[in-house]
Write a protein of this length. Structure first.
Length: 526
């Protein structure tokens, strides 16, 4: 029985079409191309380079004696090679990218244009500060808006990712406890960090890296921190708690004020994982919730998606109690312009040190501030509202066919489903995800958070239109109906239409093939 898809053409959602193989291996406009190492470019080059003038004697034993081992490509061949590679990858510019907990959203091209301005893109971190006043002013403006949006008095810009920000926050907490006589090697050490079961894996990893013992906090049946378990485990040996809010189950911690109160009464600090700040930006200030330290993924909340523009940025906002221990450098302004505080002296006397060699990731600072200024305060508030609206729309449209992990009440920025609805079908979360590839969608996050069996974590983000959400929902409903109708072959063999078919993923992870070997057994590839 045929149905009508969103553009009015008949489809057959429960049947995988059988198509004849093509002579070239290509499919329509998608070309099938061999590896560049398998071509015939070993005796040519795409560019003429002048003979070197020097004799390379200053290189000593480092002079290359063997061929470089790379094939030569003409300019059209090189261009086609990379275009064809790009067509084998899913991208946020192609369709919705529903990875939960990752905020893969559109990156405005205005931000890219600003980041490439000469005054930002070609400066060097060792230039005299008098020559980079514009960049320092931008960092100062970014710091102002990050503290304004979070209600926190200080920010460290230098961390380069979320996990790096966690490291920064916990090192500031460790320094504060050490100054109070409760260092890890003191007579009365605070050497434990409490982490919920649903936390990002980087949270316990970072705490252990800094030297703390990690203690797990239980979760309630509705996906939130178990207050009774938290209170039982808080004591004078606890340095901090690390709570994500909204949490990794896509839910707001409704007892956040009580969590904060209990933590501070025990003499510990409250570290908040700010990975999901886009769900509350402009609506809630973490400082008002009692947070002492929180990293902000600029590359998630304020535009650039993961992997979309090089290094990320994870500035950490700090409470008044932790501000003196912030790492150098930071920007200060005065009548003579802007300067960097770079040494642990005077106002930075208690700084725990440097977190990285220089000032952080300038490109991400520019993108983030461009995003803030183009949205304005009302636009940033709408970011949070749209993120939450889109996720709840998906949950509402799918919950009659799929099983929400926490069905009671609304979710925040992401909709979380478990695999209860797949029981008896012989189809797994992985099988369902592979079938999504055939429909042209990147799969959602699978099997995370670990507290939900067979988890399917969908984050539509604030940049998706209702039309694109409807297109995604249409495909998800059709696949869910096919799964429940017993069309097992459609899922177990998927993906059928992707350039690469189903892999043995366990073997691929444990025995990856990272080097191409020529048919004659030689390794000409670099």
């Amino acid at each position: 029985m045929s149905t009508m898809n969103t553009v009015g053409r008949p489809t057959t959602p429960n049947r995988v079409e059988s198509k004849p193989a093509t002579l070239t291996g290509g499919r329509g406009l998608l070309q099938n191309a061999a590896l560049i190492f398998e071509g015939e470019g070993w005796g040519k080059t795409g560019v003429d380079l002048p003979e070197p003038q020097g004799d390379a004697s200053d290189l000593g034993d480092l002079v290359r004696r063997d061929p470089i081992g790379l094939p030569g490509l003409s300019e059209p061949e090189a261009m086609r090679h990379y275009v064809r590679l790009s067509q084998k990858n899913h991208a946020i510019d192609l369709a919705i990218y529903p990875l939960g907990s990752c905020t893969m959203k559109h990156n405005p091209r205005l931000n890219e244009k600003m980041a490439r301005l000469p005054g930002f893109s070609d400066i060097h971190p060792l230039q005299p500060q008098s020559t980079v006043q514009g960049a320092l002013e931008l960092m100062d403006s970014l710091s102002h808006w990050l503290t304004t949006l979070t209600g926190m008095p200080a920010v460290a810009l230098s961390p380069k990712a979320g996990a790096h920000g966690e490291l920064c926050g916990l090192m500031a907490i460790r320094a504060a406890h050490r100054a109070a006589g409760h260092g890890l090697r003191s007579d009365k050490p605070r050497n434990k960090v409490l982490v919920p079961t649903s936390a990002h894996g980087t949270n316990p990893a970072t705490a252990a890296f800094v030297g703390y013992t990690v203690v797990e906090i239980a979760q309630t049946n509705d996906g939130r921190v178990d207050l009774a378990d938290l209170e039982a485990k808080l004591g004078d040996d606890v340095a901090a708690i690390m709570v994500t809010n909204p949490n990794t189950c896509g839910l707001f911690e409704r007892d956040i004020l009580e969590i904060s109160r209990l933590t501070h009464e025990a003499g510990a600090y409250f570290y908040c994982d700010g990975a999901n700040f886009n769900a509350i930006v402009g609506r809630v200030r973490p400082g008002d919730l009692g947070v002492d330290a929180m990293h902000i993924n600029l590359h998630k909340t304020f535009s650039t998606p993961h992997g979309g523009g090089g290094p990320g940025a994870g500035p950490v906002v700090l409470s008044e109690a932790l501000a003196p221990f912030a790492p150098t450098p930071w920007v200060v302004g005065g009548k003579d312009g802007f300067k960097l505080v770079e040494f642990a002296e005077d106002e930075a006397e208690q700084a725990f040190g440097r977190l990285c060699a220089f000032q952080g990731q300038m490109g991400m600072y520019v993108r983030a501030l461009s995003y803030m200024m183009s949205h304005g305060s009302d636009g940033l508030r709408q970011v949070a509202e749209d993120a939450v609206l889109n996720a709840n729309y998906i949950k509402a449209r799918l919950e009659d066919l799929m099983s929400p992990a926490f069905p009671e009440g609304p979710c925040m920025h992401e909709a979380l489903f478990d695999d209860e609805w797949l029981k008896g079908t012989d189809i797994t979360t992985l099988d369902f995800a592979k079938a999504m590839i055939d429909e042209g969608f990147h799969p959602m996050t699978m099997y995370f958070p670990l507290v939900v069996h067979g988890a399917m974590l969908i984050e539509p983000t604030e940049t998706e239109s209702k039309a694109e959400l409807d297109r995604f929902i249409h495909a998800m409903r059709a696949l869910a109906e096919a799964a429940k109708a017993g069309d097992v072959d459609r899922f177990k063999g998927a993906p059928f239409h992707a350039p690469m078919k189903r892999l043995d993923e366990t073997r691929a992870a444990r025995q990856p093939v990272l080097r191409w070997t020529a048919p004659d057994g030689s390794n000409r590839a670099a």
